[in-house]
Structure formats: C-alpha cells, structure tokens
Design a protein around this ligand. Sequence first.
Ligand SMILES: C[S@@+](CC[C@H](N)C(=O)[O-])C[C@H]1O[C@@H](n2cnc3c(N)ncnc32)[C@H](O)[C@@H]1O
Length: 212
Amino acid sequence: MEVAEPPVLDAAGYQALTGASDVQIADLARFQELLAEWNEVMNLVGPLTIATYWTRHALDSSQLLDLAPEANTWADLGAGAGLPGVVLAILLKGRAGAKVHLVESMAKRCRFLEVVAKDLDLPVQIHNARAEDLKLKVEIVTARACAPMTKLLGFAEPYLRSGATGLFLKGQDVATELSEAAKAWKFDAELRPSQSDPRGRIVQVKGLTRVR
Ligand SMILES: C[S@@+](CC[C@H](N)C(=O)[O-])C[C@H]1O[C@@H](n2cnc3c(N)ncnc32)[C@H](O)[C@@H]1O
C-alpha cells in the first residue's frame, strides 16, 4: 500500500497549519536553535531531523494538544531532548495552571532541559528520575520513543492508575507493540492518525490493569 509522505513544513507552513501565535513561533524557533547547538556536543536527536524540525519535532509534538485542548497538567516520560514536552510547554505558556513535568532519567539530558526551560521561561518541572518511581497526578501522560508499549505501560502505570489519559506517539510497529502489550496489560486503546508521520499513530490509553 502506498503511504503519503509527511508534510515538509517551515515555520510559516507550521503557523498556517496550526494557528500558532507569532510569540509561540518565535519560542519554537529558539528551541530549534538550542537543539541544534546542543546536538553538536550531546546526542539529543538525529542530526538530520534538525532540518525537518517543524514537521518531525514541532508538529509531531504539538498535535497532542489537539487531542486534549483543555488539559493543563502533563507528564512527558523519557523527555530526552524535550519532545514532546518542551513543545507542549511552549504552547501552554501563559495559561493559568499549566504545568508540564519533564521526566528524564539521564542527568545530562536534564541539564539541557534546564537550560531550555530557563531560556524560554517555560511552565515546566524537570525530574531527573525514572518515570515509574514518581507519583505525579496529571491529566495527560505522554511519551515519544521512550520504550516499546509493554515496557512503556509499566513506566506509565502510576500516572494511568491515578486517572491520567495516555497519549503515546508511536511508529509503524504500533500494531505489533499493542498485541504484545495485551499479553501483560488490560487497557482501553484508541488509535489516532498522526499529522506528522503517515505511518505513525497516536495511541490514546485509558484504564490499566496488569494481567500477569
Ligand atoms: C530515545 S530517547 C527519546 C527522547 C524524546 N522523547 C524524543 O522523542 O526525542 C528516550 C529517552 O527516555 C529516557 N528514559 C528511558 N527510560 C526511562 C524511564 N524509565 N524514566 C525516565 N526516562 C527514561 C532515556 O534516558 C532517553 O532520554
């Protein structure tokens, strides 16, 4: 089956598609600069993806907000370079009660996140910790490229069990990952199309219990 290519957006194309404000575009462009600068000395994202940032990182991340436009409290597990968490925080900045928890187990990636948070004055809290060890009450728990579904649900268990909805960015192996995960967990999952990756899916997860 032929799969459409993802859109290749620049800042203007991203703004036309999403309706982001000029201030948000400026903040997103600054994040792209910081990513490019730090990627020279630290492995944050694939170097070639800096050139396709507006699709591959900005749109990939910000599309989650369309699925939960009212949600103010988010936790991004395995935030790494700040994707999707920093993009979400840029878009939520200025909204009363907005808070994005960036959870990342690697200390040097947390140092990068601290620099970005300060530079852009973001409503974030950075946790240098393993996601499964924290007890954060949030509306939405998210993750991109953090772990296969079976393992990811283990990381997300405390958040999902306390009432959060999961929005997980997944690639083309999502069906296999979900059927594997169903051997270990019982959960409700809905698949949403991805705007940034025609082969990718957003998995919306609610309710989670362990079956073995
Ligand atoms: C492949 S990177 C993806 C980073 C980012 N989400 C992105 O899409 O660019 C996965 C990140 O998850 C972090 N990680 C893996 N397991 C974790 C856990 N249990 N708790 C917190 N962070 C974790 C790793 O240190 C790494 O930075």
